[in-house]
Design a binder for this molecule. Structure first.
Ligand SMILES: [Fe+2]
Length: 256
């Protein structure tokens, strides 16, 4: 297996073939590097072996590799676009790109499945225990990095432009069923806010839960939205609910 430094260099070379003048390209580069570091943090919290930590790192680096093509084609990061960046990345890696990043074929299934399934709304696939483990690590790391960034980054995508928006009924009922919100249910800015809070219903490890709670990522994100009136009240109630949910989950895990 290559060293972490070598993997990083190979990734930088890959990114350099895209237009790094574009914000989205630079953003995805940074995101991938950070997610890889978070993958290591999670793997360490689970006391995984050194080589498993390295695999987790590699998956973090590679998980959004398909995004770069998506950016080139569509110019934006649109989660509704016809191109599923995870499927696309999986295809690229399977057809040979993976061989540039790892010199053994031993972990191909784990890496390919983790990349392919990292963005699916639910992890409902026939997976071995180890495949499932790495799928969960990348799903948690990706969410944690996004939550962290949204808690401080000033990017127009995260603003609530429509002050009169109302949360869609479907979105409310999914939320109070403790479920993630699929992109096709999102009708407006406020639904998008709920979608972000609902991320917490699909995190797997106590490390991730503790980070979200102790760093108050969701509170910080919500503060930046300048919500007013009834919407502010509804969202604050949802935030409270989400916090309680996370605390209960953590207690459940710690009591095991
Ligand atoms: Fe990602």
């Amino acid at each position: 297996m290559y060293s972490r430094e070598d993997i990083k260099k190979k990734f930088e070379n890959f990114v350099a073939s895209y237009n790094t003048e574009e914000y989205v390209v630079r953003h995805k580069r940074e995101h991938s590097l950070k997610v890889a570091d978070v993958c290591i943090d999670i793997a360490k919290s689970l006391n995984l072996s050194k080589s498993d930590c390295e695999i987790a790192y590699l998956i973090g680096i590679l998980h959004d590799i398909g995004r770069f093509k998506q950016i080139e084609i569509y110019k934006v990061l649109d989660n509704n676009s016809k191109l599923d960046h995870a499927e696309y990345g999986y295809g690229l890696l399977k057809n040979g790109l993976l061989y540039d990043f790892i010199d053994t074929r031993e972990y191909d299934d784990i890496i390919l499945k983790a990349v392919r399934y990292h963005n699916k709304i639910k992890l409902e696939y026939d997976l071995s225990e180890r495949e499932e483990l790495f799928c969960k690590i990348i799903r948690d790391a990706d969410k944690l990095e996004n939550l962290q960034r949204q808690s401080y980054e000033n990017y127009e995508l995260y603003k609530v432009a429509d002050k009169n928006a109302q949360i869609s009924d479907d979105v409310i009922s999914l939320f109070y069923n403790n479920e993630s919100i699929p992109y096709d249910k999102i009708n407006n800015d406020l639904d998008r806010v709920v979608n972000r809070i609902a991320i917490i219903f699909d995190v797997n490890f106590s490390y991730t839960m503790e980070q979200i709670l102790s760093n108050k990522y969701i509170e910080k994100y919500l503060k930046r939205l300048e919500l007013v009136g009834n919407n502010k009240v509804i969202i604050e109630k949802m935030n409270k609910y989400a916090n309680e949910y996370l605390k209960d989950k953590l207690k459940e895990i710690n009591d095991l």
